[in-house]
Design a protein around this ligand. Structure first.
Ligand SMILES: C=C(O[C@@H]1C=C(C(=O)O)C=C[C@H]1O)C(=O)O
Length: 97
């Protein structure tokens, strides 16, 4: 097999793995949002505020530690979590209105 054909095969294999991992991300996020929506309903029913900065600080500290172990840029992981949490808080605010 020549170099170009071999490269095309390696590229296809990487892309197949990327597609499977993207599917895992989507299903994982969907599952996470199911739980956060339930938390939002619980908070609304008990008059609790949408955001919990203490919990968020704990999650960030944990995520930085996990990212370092996983060889993932901790700054990226933090930005990603902050983006997700921002969306969750919007959902919680909707539950309260
Ligand atoms: C889900 C919660 O509500 C908010 C969203 C969080 C999250 O998405 O992880 C964490 C803390 C809260 O600001 C919670 O309080 O646990």
């Amino acid at each position: 097999m020549d170099d170009t054909l071999r490269a095309a095969q390696v590229l296809r294999e990487h892309r197949e793995s990327i597609d499977r991992l993207d599917a895992i991300l989507v299903f994982t996020l969907a599952e996470r949002f199911k739980h956060t929506q339930a938390v939002g309903r619980l908070k609304a029913a008990h008059g609790l505020p949408p955001s919990d900065p203490t919990r968020e600080a704990q999650q960030i500290a944990r995520l930085v530690e996990l990212s370092e172990k996983a060889d993932l840029d901790p700054e990226f992981a933090q930005k990603f979590l902050a983006f997700v949490i921002q969306e969750v808080i919007k959902h919680h605010e909707r539950h309260q209105s």
